[in-house]
Design a protein around this ligand. Structure first.
Ligand SMILES: Cc1ncc(COP(=O)(O)O)c(C=O)c1O
Length: 392
C-alpha cells in the first residue's frame, strides 16, 4: 500500500538534485553518499567469476545459503565471543531488506515506533510502509548526540511503542552506543515490552585511533532480551552495495514471519551472489583494517583543515567512532542546511547531505562522507571551507 507521506521526504529531493548535476556532466565531488570508494575483496569477485562459469543459478532457501549463514555466525562468534543459533540468522535483501522484514513482521495497523534522531533517511519511510497508520515518534538526542534517558522513559511509558529503532554506529553521527547506553535501552525496552531494532551496518568500520578499543555490539544482549533484533549487511564494509546482501538476527517468531514475507515477495536473494559473499571470511579482518585507515586519514584531514583555517568556532563536531561520516554543526547566521547544500553544489560542485534530512531538528548540521580517495576528499573539503569563508 502506497503511503502518501512518502511524497514529502526531503532526502529524495536532494538526491535527485545531486543526480541531475552529475547527469548534466558537472564534475561533482560527492561527499554526500554513504557509498564506499573501494572495490569488493578480490577473493569474492574471483569466486563470482568462477561460479558464473559453473552456472549455479538455482533458487536458494528463503533462509539464505547455509554456507553464508554459517560464515556470518562464525565471524560474529569470533569477533564478539558469542553463542547463538543458526536458525536465528537469515539472509535478506540488503540491510534495508532486513529492516523491511523486521518491521513488517512486528507492526500492526496503528502501532507507534520510536525512532532515535538524527536517523538514517529510510527509517521513517520504512515505518510508513510497514503497516497502515503506523506513526513514528521522533526521540531527539541532545546536541552532543547523547541520550536523556529520563525523558526517554517518559516518552516510552506514555506512547507505548511497538519498537525502538536505532542505528549504532549511527548514520549520520558515527557515534556508537556505549555498553551503559545499550543496557539502559534494553532495560527501558523491557519495561514497556517493546522490540529494540539495532542496525549495526557500520560496526566494522572503526575510526578510533586506539586499535584496542572494541565495538559494543547489541548482540551481546541477544540471549538476555528476546525482543532484540539485529541488522547488518555487506554493502558498506565490503563495498557490495548493489549485491543486496544483508542479514537479520532475531527470535523465532520474527524469523518465521520474515521467511514467509521474503518467500512470497522475492523468493530468495540470488544464490550465486550469496555463495560468493560467503568467501568474506578469507579476507576479514585485515582487509577491513586497511579501509578503516583510509577513512580515518580523511577524518584527521578534515579536523586539521578546520583548525588550519581557524574555523573551529564555525564548524564543530563530535569525533565519530565508526562508519564513514562526520556530522558537523555549522554556526553561520540564518543557516539552513538545505539551502547551504544546494548552493555549495551549484557554486563549488561539492555535494554534502543537508542535516535536515536526518530529522527536522538537525537543520544546523551537514553530513560529510569520508569515503573518497584522499586527494578527492581533500579537494572537496577545501572547496567547502572556501565556500564557508565566502559566506556573508
Ligand atoms: C544505517 C543504515 N542502514 C541500512 C542501510 C542500507 O544498507 P543496504 O545497502 O545493505 O540495504 C544504510 C545505507 O546507507 C544505512 O546507512
Amino acid at each position: 500500500m502506497y503511503d502518501s507521506r512518502l511524497d514529502n521526504i526531503t532526502s529524495l529531493e536532494f538526491s535527485a538534485v545531486a543526480r541531475k548535476a552529475r547527469n548534466d556532466g558537472q564534475n561533482l565531488i560527492s561527499l554526500g553518499l554513504g557509498e564506499p570508494h573501494w572495490d569488493p575483496p578480490i577473493e569474492i569477485t574471483n569466486h563470482l567469476s568462477q561460479i558464473i562459469k559453473d552456472s549455479s543459478f538455482g533458487y536458494s532457501s528463503p533462509y539464505g545459503e547455509t554456507s553464508l549463514r554459517e560464515s556470518i555466525l562464525s565471524d560474529l562468534n569470533n569477533k564478539y565471543q558469542l553463542k547463538f543459533n543458526l536458525s536465528n540468522v537469515m539472509i535478506t535483501n540488503g540491510a534495508k531488506g532486513a529492516l523491511t522484514l523486521a518491521l513488517s513482521s512486528i507492526l500492526e495497523a496503528g502501532d507507534n515506533v520510536l525512532v532515535v534522531e538524527p536517523c538514517y533517511v529510510s527509517y521513517i519511510p520504512q515505518i510508513f510502509l510497514a503497516a497502515p497508520n503506523t506513526s513514528p515518534i521522533s526521540f531527539k538526542l541532545d546536541s552532543n548526540f547523547d541520550f536523556d534517558f529520563v525523558q526517554l522513559k517518559k516518552v516510552l511509558l506514555d506512547k507505548k511503542p511497538k519498537c525502538i529503532l536505532i542505528s549504532s554506529p549511527c548514520n549520520p553521527t558515527g557515534i556508537s552506543l556505549s555498553a551503559d547506553e545499550l543496557s539502559n535501552l534494553v532495560s527501558l525496552a523491557r519495561l514497556v515490552d517493546c522490540y529494540l531494532i539495532v542496525d549495526e551496518i557500520y560496526s566494522d568500520l572503526s575510526l578510533e585511533s586506539n586499535v584496542n578499543s572494541r565495538f559494543t555490539t547489541s548482540l551481546s544482549l541477544f540471549n538476555t532480551y528476546n525482543k532484540l533484533i539485529y541488522i547488518n549487511g555487506f554493502s558498506k564494509t565490503f563495498a557490495m552495495t548493489s549485491w543486496r546482501i544483508g542479514f537479520l538476527i532475531a527470535n523465532n517468531f520474527v524469523i518465521n514471519r520474515s521467511l514467509k514475507l521474503l518467500q512470497h515477495q522475492i523468493t530468495c536473494i540470488p544464490s550465486f551472489l550469496q555463495k560468493s559473499a560467503s568467501k568474506f571470511l578469507h579476507v576479514h579482518p585485515s582487509w577491513v583494517h586497511d579501509k578503516c585507515l583510509s577513512l580515518r586519514k580523511n577524518l584527521n584531514l578534515f579536523s586539521q583543515v578546520i583548525e588550519d583555517h581557524s574555523l573551529c568556532d564555525i564548524i564543530s563536531f563530535r569525533r565519530p567512532s565508526h562508519g564513514m561520516f562526520v556530522f558537523p554543526h555549522v554556526d553561520l547566521p540564518n543557516f539552513d542546511s538545505d539551502k547551504f547544500s544546494s548552493n555549495l553544489l551549484k557554486s563549488k560542485s561539492v555535494a554534502v547531505a543537508p542535516g535536515k534530512i536526518f530529522g527536522s531538528s538537525w537543520n544546523n548540521y551537514i553530513r560529510i562522507s569520508l569515503a573518497s580517495p584522499c586527494d578527492v576528499f581533500s579537494e572537496g573539503i577545501h572547496k567547502l571551507i572556501y565556500f564557508i569563508k565566502e559566506s556573508p
